[in-house]
Design a protein around this ligand. Structure first.
Ligand SMILES: Cc1cc2nc3c(=O)[nH]c(=O)nc-3n(C[C@H](O)[C@H](O)[C@H](O)COP(=O)(O)OP(=O)(O)OC[C@H]3O[C@@H](n4cnc5c(N)ncnc54)[C@H](O)[C@@H]3O)c2cc1C
Length: 293
């Protein structure tokens, strides 16, 4: 299925990865990076785990990707479970390593008390990142409302404050219902936000896991998906094709409504993201990136 975008403009993609923790995961990450960088995406991003040793693993993974890939890399940075000084030091480290893109997040609390003198939320983090360097900042948005938000209105107000504080765009939590995103985008525009809101797309590698994860994130899984995946329960190839078709269908519908950029959650696996992007019109660079640069 090849997308015919109504305004004829090529779609743009970014791909999100997470830090590998074992040599096997590291090899898988670099394989995925190698495959996806041939699509010449807008940027890659590397998530940030703020607990214990995750912090250093995340920083190292982001810097390694920044050094090894010709694609610009956005480093995620969360602000729970750390003091302001610690967060500022990480931001300075990213700046010193040559990053100019940050995805600024509150992060999920470990359940333990946050250390004193930390940033209260992503709004404060964005404000302070602006004082550290001239970062291009993205923030998170929730078409189906953050599970801990006191109301949908408050959630939206916090998004506006993050963007007013200096963020340039929002990237959404994943969702499966195009109308849900489009209604959210309408509400975003109605409260005066005119910065881009980029849909976050999660290809479904394992439907059972995605259902469980969606519940935690507050993302609804359409009833139709349950029926469709039930039909292909014993056929891995059919599951793969179904997942690609569903993601392409979702993005295609959004593209027809004027969406021009998509952020794909890769789970460090390239195949499905590659097939989805190609079906939506992405082109594989004929030359290795290094010699094309
Ligand atoms: C694109 C994207 C990338 C992400 N990357 C990462 C990552 O790299 N690492 C990571 O750890 N997480 C990541 N997350 C998850 C994110 O950190 C959580 O969703 C977090 O709970 C909220 O972060 P935020 O920046 O949206 O918070 P904020 O903008 O500060 O808050 C957003 C909304 O959530 C509510 N809220 C959040 N936490 C609480 C709380 N503890 N109590 C009460 N209300 C709360 C706020 O009231 C508000 O309505 C990502 C999410 C998205 C959408």
């Amino acid at each position: 299925m090849k997308s015919e975008i109504s305004n004829g403009q090529a779609l743009q993609f970014s791909y999100e990865f997470f830090p590998p923790r074992t040599p096997k995961m590291t090899r898988r990450l670099w394989r995925a990076v190698g495959q996806l960088e041939r699509l010449n995406p807008k940027f890659f991003s590397m998530t940030y785990g703020a607990l214990g040793s995750d912090k250093q693993v995340s920083i190292d993974a982001a810097i390694a990707m920044h050094e090894e890939s010709l694609i610009p890399v956005a480093a995620h940075l969360t602000c729970t479970n750390a003091t302001r000084n610690e967060i500022d030091a990480v931001a300075l480290k990213f700046h010193g390593a040559g990053f100019n893109r940050i995805i600024a997040l509150r992060g999920d609390s470990s359940g333990e008390e946050s250390p004193g003198h930390g940033y209260r939320d992503a709004v404060e983090l964005v404000e302070n990142l602006g004082k550290i360097a001239n970062f291009d900042i993205s923030v998170a948005a929730y078409p189906e409302v953050h599970p801990l938000a006191s109301s949908a209105g408050t959630d939206l107000e916090i998004l506006k404050r993050k963007l007013d504080a200096g963020a340039n765009r929002a990237i959404t939590q994943f969702f499966f219902d195009a109308d849900c995103f489009l209604r959210f985008r309408d509400r975003v525009r109605r409260i005066g936000i005119d910065k881009p809101v980029i849909p976050g797309i999660l290809p479904i590698h394992d439907f059972d896991k995605v259902q469980a994860f969606s519940q935690r994130c507050g993302t609804s899984v359409p009833q139709s998906y349950r029926a469709l995946f039930a039909k292909v329960k014993h056929d891995k190839n059919a599951q793969y094709r179904l997942s690609v078709d569903l993601a392409v269908g979702l993005c295609d519908r959004l593209a027809r409504e004027g969406v021009e950029q998509f952020h794909l959650y890769t789970l460090n696996q390239a195949d499905m993201c590659l097939d989805i992007s190609l079906a939506l019109g992405a082109c594989v660079s004929p030359l290795p990136m290094a010699s094309a640069a």
